[in-house]
Design a protein around this ligand. Structure first.
Ligand SMILES: [Zn+2]
Length: 166
């Protein structure tokens, strides 16, 4: 489990954010938001990926890894040092709340983190291993941790539009 954790050198771009990029932990209600934040370059851990379903485990995990807790639970937000309460159920509204809180939400031309697992995405070496569903000619990249493929396609455009429309 620890062997494939991203190293320091895998950290995403820091431009637009002062100092070190903030590390985040999102509660079980915020799965969609987690994906967006990863695509924007944030190191965003998700409660259900980490087996942290109860409050005590979430608080422990946030403290152990130096992550800011994002939650929809009023009591939990109050208990976490620097916890951030999100009030909306809707992911677009949640993104707006985060932007108002000062988060830089732009889609990188080459998103550095896998939306599914938070692993580092890197250029895919050699076309031989490329699956058929990746379009020919696309500059494909791949998650080092889970192997998911990424390329600029319709999903990428949807996310970019959604962030631009906030
Ligand atoms: Zn991945």
């Amino acid at each position: 489990m620890t062997a494939d954790r991203p190293r320091e050198s895998d950290r995403p771009r820091e431009s637009g954010r002062p100092g070190e990029p903030e590390r985040l932990l999102l509660d079980a209600m915020l799965g969609k938001l987690t994906t967006y934040l990863r695509m924007c370059g944030y190191d965003a851990a998700y409660a259900l990926d980490r087996g942290a379903e109860d409050d005590a485990r979430l608080l422990d995990l946030a403290a152990a890894e130096g992550r800011r807790l994002l939650t929809r639970d009023v009591d939990l937000a109050a208990r976490a040092p620097d916890g951030l309460l999100l009030e909306s159920r809707d992911v677009a509204e949640q993104l707006r709340e985060l932007r108002e809180a000062g988060y830089d939400l732009r889609l990188d031309e080459r998103p550095p983190r896998c939306g599914r697992c938070n692993g580092p995405i890197e250029p895919a070496a050699g076309a031989a291993t490329r699956p058929e569903y990746v379009p020919d000619g696309a500059r494909a990249r791949r998650c080092r941790r889970c192997g998911r493929w990424y390329w600029k396609g319709s999903h990428w455009d949807d996310v970019k539009r959604r962030l631009a429309d906030l």
